[in-house]
Design a protein around this ligand. Structure first.
Ligand SMILES: O=P(O)(O)O[C@@H]1C[C@H](O)[C@@H](CO)O1
Ligand code: HPA
Length: 287
């Protein structure tokens, strides 16, 4: 059962890195370098954690690091699972269920994306205001376990307006404007066609990717606050003058990753000053 598996993984993690954790961060393609900001990190390869699958995509090393950033203990997933790798969405979102069982109150989701809106070219950092789930399935499909969250979940505000304005303020302090945008989640692994990008633009999408949305839905199901910060690594298909490639995505992520790391670092330091910063000495023992 998912609840039991997530609890077992949480128990092992809490045993190896005891103490409350104030935030989780999921690092997207080529963004793993953010983990270098952690002080005194404890590294746990996914292979050493119960029920974790293996990552298979370049730029997703596959380990969990727990360490400090400005007074806050943070759990960083250096590598995520994607639906297109063949994992079902329960598996893709397992790290979020584990954060919930660890009692972590919020998660920052990061990703590489293609830019659709005219002002969101390569190198842009975008704060997600909403999403379009075009994967064709919800990660909440199947029997609901009420211990994990409600059957029918309200998604009126997936991406916390409180965290969004905090991120905007911290970006301004760092000297740049943080635009907001709507993320369209496509199934992948192929990139989109130019006709699909025209469709996504007409639907109101600003950036496009192949992840993040299942994690965001499960995080809300679990009662976590969500902040989505993505980088634009390329113009989307049909807008880009050249064919798209994952090598280009990784290269662009590495180029902008430092600025995104500065922003996330600043947001986490700011959160560390909040009264509930290091919530919850769980995990709850497996029943
Ligand atoms: O894990 P993210 O969403 O950052 O990875 C993006 C989407 C695909 O996995 C890959 C395409 O280049 O990068
Ligand atoms: O153009 C893209 N499309 C989908 N996913 C992506 N991830 C990075 N760039 C893209």
């Amino acid at each position: 059962m998912l609840y039991t598996r997530a609890s077992e993984a949480a128990n092992v993690i809490a045993g190896r890195a005891p103490g409350p954790i104030g935030a989780g961060v999921v690092l997207g393609s080529g963004l793993g370098g953010l983990a270098d900001r952690l002080s005194d990190p404890v590294a746990m390869p996914y292979a050493e954690l119960p029920h974790f699958p293996m990552t298979t995509v370049a730029g997703h090393p596959g380990r969990l690091l727990i360490g400090g950033i400005g007074g806050l203990r943070v759990a960083m997933f250096q590598g995520r699972f994607h639906h297109y790798e063949g994992h079902d969405l329960e598996c893709v979102t397992f790290p979020i269920r584990v954060l919930h069982r660890l009692g972590v109150p919020r998660v920052i989701l990061t990703a590489a994306t293609g830019g659709i809106r005219d002002d969101l070219g390569p190198g842009s950092i975008v704060c997600l205001s909403d999403h379009l789930n075009l994967m064709g399935v919800s990660p909440l499909r199947g029997r609901n376990d009420d211990r994990l969250g409600p059957r029918f979940l309200d998604l009126s505000e997936v991406y916390s307006s409180r965290l969004r304005s905090l991120a905007r303020e911290e970006a301004a302090r760092l000297g740049f404007v943080l635009p907001e945008g709507v993320y369209a989640c496509m199934p992948g692994p192929n990139y989109e066609t130019p006709a699909e990008i025209r469709m996504l633009r007409a639907l109101g999408a600003d950036v496009v990717g192949m992840s993040t949305v299942p994690e965001a839905i499960v995080a809300r199901h679990s009662g976590l606050e969500v902040l989505g910060l993505v980088i634009v690594t390329n113009w989307a298909a049909g807008i880009s003058p050249a064919p798209l490639s994952h090598a280009e995505v990784i290269e662009a992520s590495l180029a902008v990753g430092g600025r995104l790391a500065d922003l996330i670092d600043a947001v986490l330091r700011r959160l560390s000053t909040e009264p509930d910063a290091g919530r919850s000495p769980v995990p709850v023992p497996v029943p």
